[in-house]
Design a protein around this ligand. Structure first.
Ligand code: ADP
Ligand code: MG
Length: 399
């Protein structure tokens, strides 16, 4: 087992990733193109990442034998999924080079801890309170948090683990409905829009970032991300980048980190949550930038230099959810890829998932073009061709 912590790991070495989803797949594809081999640890056998890698360990994340195997096989290990049990990450952190480190991931696993960190670092977030029992339900009733959203502190994603709470009377029932686990009650904000910052920080503290992208969610799931001049006001973008870099520094973070923000109708920038890995909103960087978020992930891991990425095209990414695989009669069909591939600057990414399910992320499409107007126009045509609801002026306002 390698105890090596610093220094450059040259191509040819094996890198490990915990989690076999699409993020692990795109990490592997990027690392492989530079000559690294990738081993995936993931309980499901034919995972999207395992389909493109030569080695994999099919075991639970907390299985001692599986952890020993990945630590023995890989020179360095990263994650594509933050909900790996904390004890497994702590063990790996002591036995192999791990980026990000276990304590930073532990903060990202817990909304309450994330918000405490934001607050400690002077980064504003939504008004909120911890809810962990009858007493906290009672105490929250008098706080200005209604209408609110009750969110489980742990394991939530894509809007799952959330309940709308119209008034204080509904709080207890909502908490019971979420299983009585630790939660955070957040005031429901009037949002103008959402944005995110993806950055990478090396072991020596060098930090580079992509400019923020503007994100649209539908039903709690990311629908589109747009990176283009004019899509976010410069001063706001700068404020978000500064906050995200401060968070990475405050955490002593090593690796790729995404921080999601709300912009309220009043123009306030509030941190929402963060992900200790590449993020869905950064997928466009594969096609729009000279260095992608996945390349930065393996560069951080192997101790390679971190160049400031340059975006060479405007980009708009659309998520492809399993809903697209069902016709009006609920029969499974393949979307008409040829019609979207006919559009200029279309880049199709499918994750190799065999079972389409409504709401399941099956792939994404990125459109690149010289400017915002063109990427929006082609993406709009793609929506038409695929049968996606056309974005309204509230989602893609003229910019
Ligand atoms: P997840 O972990 O599921 O991504 P989020 O907290 O990011 O959870 O919530 C998903 C989406 O729901 C957000 O991107 C945003 O569109 C909406 N949302 C979440 N919290 C609030 C809030 N306090 N006010 C308004 N909208 C919110
Ligand atoms: Mg989110």
């Amino acid at each position: 087992m390698s105890q090596e912590r610093d220094g450059f790991i040259a191509p040819g070495a094996v890198l490990g990733v915990l989690g076999g989803g699409q993020l692990g797949r795109m990490f592997a594809q990027s690392a492989q193109s530079a000559g690294y081999e990738v081993v995936v640890l993931e309980p499901q056998p034919a995972s999207p990442a395992a389909l493109v890698t030569t080695r994999n360990v099919a075991s639970d994340y907390d299985d001692t034998d599986g952890l020993h195997r990945i630590a023995r096989t890989a020179r360095a290990v990263t994650i594509e999924f933050e909900n790996v049990p904390a004890a497994a990450l702590q063990w790996l952190d002591q036995h192999v080079r791990l980026a990000p480190h276990a304590p930073a991931v532990a903060v990202c696993q817990d909304r309450a801890q994330e918000k405490a960190l934001f607050t400690r670092l002077g980064v504003a977030c939504a008004p909120h309170a911890r809810i962990d029992g009858a007493a906290t339900c009672g105490a929250a009733a008098s706080l200005p948090l209604f209408p609110g959203i009750l969110k489980t502190s742990r394991m939530g994603y894509d809007g799952k683990g959330q309940q709308s709470v119209h008034d204080a009377q509904q709080l207890r029932a909502a908490w019971d409905a979420l299983g009585g686990v630790d939660c955070v009650l957040e005031r429901r904000l009037e949002l103008d829009f959402e944005l995110s910052v993806v950055l990478a920080r090396g072991a020596d503290g060098t930090t580079v970032h992509f400019e923020p992208q503007r994100n649209v969610h539908r039903d709690g799931i990311l629908f589109s991300s747009t990176a283009a001049a004019g899509v976010i006001d410069d001063a706001l973008a700068e404020q978000a980048v500064r906050a995200a870099r401060g968070i990475a520094k405050g955490l002593g973070y090593v690796g790729v980190l995404c921080v999601e923000f709300f912009v309220t109708r009043g123009g306030e920038l509030l941190a929402n949550e963060m992900a200790p890995r590449p993020h869905n909103s950064g997928h466009h960087t594969i096609d729009s930038c000279d260095v992608s978020q996945f390349e930065l992930q393996w560069r951080c891991l192997v101790g390679a230099p971190l160049p400031q990425p340059r975006r060479h095209s405007a980009a708009l990414m659309l998520n492809l959810l399993g809903d697209l695989w069902f016709d009006a009669g609920d029969a499974v069909r393949e979307p008409d890829w040829a019609s979207v591939l006919a559009l200029p600057g279309a880049h199709l990414h499918l994750y190799g998932k065999q079972q389409p399910r409504r709401g399941r992320k099956m792939g994404h499409l990125t459109f690149t073009a010289p400017g915002l107007r063109e990427v929006r126009e082609t993406a709009r045509q793609a929506c038409e061709r695929l049968g996606l609801r056309l974005p309204g002026a509230d989602e893609w306002p003229a910019g």
